[in-house]
Design a protein around this ligand. Structure first.
Ligand SMILES: *[C@@H]1O[C@H](CO)[C@@H](O)[C@H](O)[C@H]1NC(C)=O
Ligand SMILES: *[C@@H]1O[C@H](CO)[C@@H](O)[C@H](O)[C@H]1NC(C)=O
Length: 440
């Protein structure tokens, strides 16, 4: 099946492409022929058959090069010869949007994890090396950023010997400058010396969440279908849902209605070392941990943001820290999606708007499965079970005991247990649980 061969998409074929993405190595048939002493004939034949794709192994590599080249010239991939692909959207018969999910690769064993020293956390600057996380809005990003910071902290303490010992490996923090955060922060990253990843959420849920967060909770607008449609259907406001992920994740500027979104989706899948989904966050974090060969201790986290309220003895205030102006916003209110809202979200206009977002999201979801298969499902399930058990314990033992930036009354707390704002909280407690459960 197509999916299975995709999981084996050989990343090494990149070496067969030169810096312009042009196919440069075409020796396989020549080697065979020269073995029987027909080198000269081979050269003539391969010269004549430059564009002849009748050699199956070469065809595959050629199309891989073609994809790379298109990424640079930003032209359509629709007419190119394609590697095994799955059609993720087939609503319009004449537009075949082909996107290739892939199995993300493990960090090479012989290469040390990317850990240039960093002494202070800062948000939004340009980084070429280290741990790079592209942080979308409203996609489990506080949790993911917390794990990301913890990894940078733990790897630094294990791996660096320089004195004074830096508290972190170089690490990104914050959403980054909009509207092209990845271009600004990671556009010139060194691929060998950095690990670039992200976590994305179902595009409709993400946009709705952003509407409630920005418009309803922060600006105190009414949660009506009319306001939702106004926020989601324009491309000028704060939400700007059209091609939001593509614009945010791409490492070159994506111009809506100019550039080919399918080529950009393929480029994003190719450029990132890993992308997970918020809906499968546990699985995504365990895959992330396995790709980097980290101990499970590194991906533990406490929830610093709870939507709505909780029953029982654990009471975490439904307040969220915001930066502008710095303060705590009540985010525990209703997020009910009404019938009228649903009508819009299920309609043609909205689904056309997020069409390529959905293609990217589906490909990422499929890539998660391919990656799990490549890592070994049994090992993965084992890790996931241990991780979930540890997370349960963290919820009981850490979550209520740490000082978060917003207290139960929505007042700012001066001295918190967090590394940065409401992120990377409760490290000591997490370390203790990890030690007690043998997760290092
Ligand atoms: C907490 O939840 C209960 C039941 O789900 C609800 O009745 C109550 O209004 C909520 N409290 C706040 C402060 O949101
Ligand atoms: C994501 O993948 C899971 C597991 O393969 C599947 O059950 C789920 O339906 C997928 N979700 C979407 C939106 O495709």
């Amino acid at each position: 099946m197509a999916r299975i061969s995709l999981t084996r998409r050989p990343r090494e074929t990149r070496k067969l492409c030169n810096s312009n993405g042009v196919w440069v190595v075409k020796v396989t048939p020549c080697v065979a022929i020269s073995l029987v002493g027909l080198i000269v004939l081979c050269l003539i034949v391969s010269g004549l058959s430059w564009w002849n794709t009748s050699y199956p192994t070469l065809e595959y590599e050629f199309s891989h090069c073609a994809t790379n080249r298109i990424r640079r010239s930003k032209r359509s991939v629709a007419s190119q010869p394609s590697a095994p692909s799955i059609a993720l959207v087939d609503r319009d018969a004449d537009e075949r949007s082909l996107v290739q999910p892939r199995a993300f690769s493990s960090w090479p064993r012989q290469r040390p994890l990317p850990c240039p020293p960093q002494f202070e956390l800062q948000e939004g600057g340009e980084l070429r090396e280290g741990f790079l996380y592209l942080r979308p809005f409203k996609a489990a990003s506080t949790t993911t950023q917390s794990v990301h910071l913890r990894v940078a902290r733990n790897v630094a303490s294990r791996q660096t010997e320089s004195q004074p010992r830096p508290p972190f490996c170089q690490v990104s923090a914050g959403h980054g400058p909009q509207p092209y955060p990845a271009v600004s922060m990671f556009g010139s990253r060194n691929r060998q010396r950095s690990f670039l990843w992200s976590v994305i959420r179902d595009p409709t849920d993400r946009a709705v969440s952003q509407f409630f967060y920005n418009k309803v909770f922060r600006q105190e607008k009414a949660a009506t279908a009319e306001n939702l449609v106004a926020d989601l259907s324009t491309d000028t406001g704060t939400n700007r849902p059209k091609n939001y992920y593509i614009r945010s994740l791409a490492l070159t500027e994506f111009r809506t209605d100019v550039d080919d979104p399918v080529a950009f989706v393929n480029a994003i899948l190719d450029d990132y070392d890993f992308i997970g989904t918020a809906e499968r966050l546990d699985e995504s974090l365990v895959v992330f941990q396995m790709l980097l060969r980290l101990p499970l201790a590194d991906i533990l986290h406490v929830d610093s943001k709870i939507s709505g309220n909780r029953t029982g003895s654990r009471k975490i205030p439904p307040y969220t820290l915001v930066s502008h102006p710095t303060g705590c916003v009540y985010t525990g209110g209703s997020k009910t999606v009404t019938r009228d809202m649903r009508d819009y979200l299920e309609g043609r206009a909205w689904n056309d708007l997020i069409r390529y977002e959905q293609i990217l999201y589906n490909a990422v979801n499929a890539s998660l499965d391919s990656t799990i298969e490549a890592l070994g499902r049994r090992k993965f399930e084992e890790n996931l079970a241990r991780y979930r058990k540890a997370t349960e314990r963290v919820q009981n033992e850490c979550s209520t005991r740490i000082r978060l930036p917003c207290d139960a009354e929505g007042e700012l707390v001066e001295h918190t247990d967090c590394m940065l704002k409401d992120m990377g909280c409760g490290m000591d407690c997490l370390d203790r649980v990890a030690t007690e459960m043998g997760l290092w």
